[in-house]
Design a protein around this ligand. Structure first.
Ligand code: 13P
Length: 250
């Protein structure tokens, strides 16, 4: 039985004060659900959020991680540094980084491997553009993104990984994939992994991301291969994020 998980990606949409207020709201309102919850602040706020989250059930993650372990990489943050501040997760391959910061399948695979090496859980984000969905190449695109990491790191590294299916056209647009559209891709991802290792495929958490809200979370989470959500905008309100977190029925 897979545990469910919701992860909040705060992106670059928060400041010192709003981060404090949000964490206070989450800690105060956190219900005792049988599911996991994590937040990914901007790097700069990780130390203070880490302190506030000590001894709570809320886990910490980062929005990215460097492609190398250490060295002359100005401006980068290494996986071991995130570990120093009790991060459990690191998002890798978010579409905003693929589109705006030249992340490629190769650099995403390197980031994934760095996370694994440091005992962080990578949250590997994959997903198609609108034109790719309209062209009917969604499965092909997702398979290519996934295979690049599988070839680089091997199936065994997925024992300690999470996958987030985030159709790019649904991110921040208010357009959510329907529960059926998302389920179809989640199942495809699980089957692709099952070709290499059935057990790992059955165990891995596959999250959906893209305009997840309290209004659509329940329908998404009712799908058999959707194990939670990677939430952007609605993770910035404690009330909305906790409503999403409370939407698991299974
Ligand atoms: P939104 O929930 O704002 O669409 O963002 C999704 C996302 O990109 C999470 O990583």
């Amino acid at each position: 039985m897979r545990r469910n998980l919701v992860v909040g990606n705060w992106k670059m949409k928060i400041n010192h004060q709003s981060a404090q207020d949000l964490i206070d709201g989450l800690i105060e309102g956190l219900p005792s659900e049988d599911a996991d919850i994590a937040v990914c602040p901007p790097y700069l706020y990780i130390p203070e959020v880490s302190q506030r989250l000590a001894n709570t059930a809320i886990e910490l993650g980062a929005q990215n991680v460097a492609t190398h372990q250490e060295g002359a990489y100005t401006g980068e943050i290494a996986a071991v540094m995130l570990k120093d501040f009790n991060c459990k997760y690191a998002i890798v391959g978010h579409s905003e980084r693929r589109a705006n910061y030249a992340d490629t399948d190769t650099t995403v695979a390197q980031r994934f491997q760095q996370a694994i090496d440091a005992d962080l859980i990578p949250v590997l984000a994959v997903g198609e553009l609108l034109e790719q969905r309209e062209n009917g190449t969604t499965f092909e695109v997702v398979a290519k993104q996934l295979n690049a990491v599988l070839e680089f790191s091997g199936i065994d590294s997925f024992k300690n990984a999470v996958i987030a299916y985030e159709p790019v056209w649904a991110i921040g647009t208010g357009l959510t994939a329907s529960a059926e559209q998302a389920q179809e891709v989640h199942l495809f991802i699980r089957q692709l992994l099952a070709e290499k290792n059935q057990q790992i495929a059955e165990k891995i958490q596959i999250l959906y991301g893209g305009s997840v809200k309290p209004q659509n979370a329940e329908a998404l989470f009712a799908m058999p291969d959707i194990d939670g959500a990677l939430v952007g905008g609605d993770s910035l309100s404690a009330d909305s994020f906790l409503k999403i977190y409370s939407s698991f029925q299974k």
